[in-house]
Ligand binder design. Sequence first.
Ligand SMILES: Cc1cc2nc3c(=O)[nH]c(=O)nc-3n(C[C@H](O)[C@H](O)[C@H](O)COP(=O)(O)O)c2cc1C
Ligand SMILES: O=C(O)C(=O)c1ccccc1
Length: 344
Amino acid sequence: MPTIGEYEAAARDRLAPAHYDYFAGGAGEEITLRANETAFARLALLPRVLRGAGSPRTGITLLGSSLAMPVLVAPTAFHRLADPEGERATARAAATAGTVMIVSMASTMAVEDVASAASGVTLWFQLYLQPDMDFTEAIVRRAEAAGCAALVVTVDSPARGRRDRDARNGFDDLPDGMCCENLRDGDRVRPIVMSPEVGWEHVDRLRRMTRLPIVLKGVTHPADACLALDHGVSALYVSNHGGRQLDTVPAAVDLLPAITAAVGGAVPVLVDGGIRRGTDVVKALALGASAVAVGRPVIWGLAADGERGAARVLGLLRDEIEHALALCGVASVRDLGPDLVRPC
Ligand SMILES: Cc1cc2nc3c(=O)[nH]c(=O)nc-3n(C[C@H](O)[C@H](O)[C@H](O)COP(=O)(O)O)c2cc1C
Ligand SMILES: O=C(O)C(=O)c1ccccc1
């Protein structure tokens, strides 16, 4: 299949309708969900010519991890709904693609099992700070012991998003036989608490708890980007959660310029939301992102064709990035700048 759009169509055919809706859907009227993709269509690329740039290189280094391309696998929950091999298949696909998989705290396989699925894969672990900081610490220790190289702390979820499709479908829990394996605590599986009590002091406590770099995911306001730097985070991750949390937040790529200006190069800035093409990646990097991540595209690959589908989706993006860089007259992603992008 030549594009991610075809993987989505194949995934839709194969998934139970309620599960497709869970993966595809967003919050409220899905204004932000749609905006994430249309914002890329509203940006034009302005290529340079005769640069003699040679074959483009797509590799980057990020927080000490080497990546074959500037696209990470965003943390997404419940991969076993898409494929019986679940997150283990995704980890192998990420290894094949030479990129980082960010394992969701809400994965349907334990982080230790994901880590053992593929030799040489780089995993980062996504965390919702739990108000019970002893339990948060227990999960952090598991992620460390499993070899995760960074913690991605999602801060856009002081409450669960209101997703009308899920409400209509009555989808509110995993089927029997599946659970969030990272939430096991003795005999029980704890619910993930999304708490409005969580504040910067919890980030400070996490900082003191671990030597792993902390990436703050879900920052949209430049003032929060500045605060994050004050609190010693190692990277910022601009995201509106794929339009699944607060509806009517601006498109992710439109948030980038103000955040990168606020950060001033102090730490890497990642972004996700609506990236479906190599040209989308090039636009985000030109606007100052160090790397991007993709959520749904990997799920579509996984649901359509398991590990092979997820690997193919990532490979497609890599090929498209390389091609777009060549046509922009650019030798590597480091050479992209805002002069290459303008509104249509
Ligand atoms: C089905 C699904 C589950 C998700 N689960 C999580 C999660 O557990 N933790 C998290 O931080 N973000 C989660 N996200 C958000 C993604 O990390 C990411 O921000 C979003 O998918 C990016 O948009 P895209 O799907 O358009 O690429 C989820 C997104 C989807 C679509
Ligand atoms: O669905 C999501 O977007 C999500 O972030 C999540 C978080 C916890 C459990 C399940 C899903």
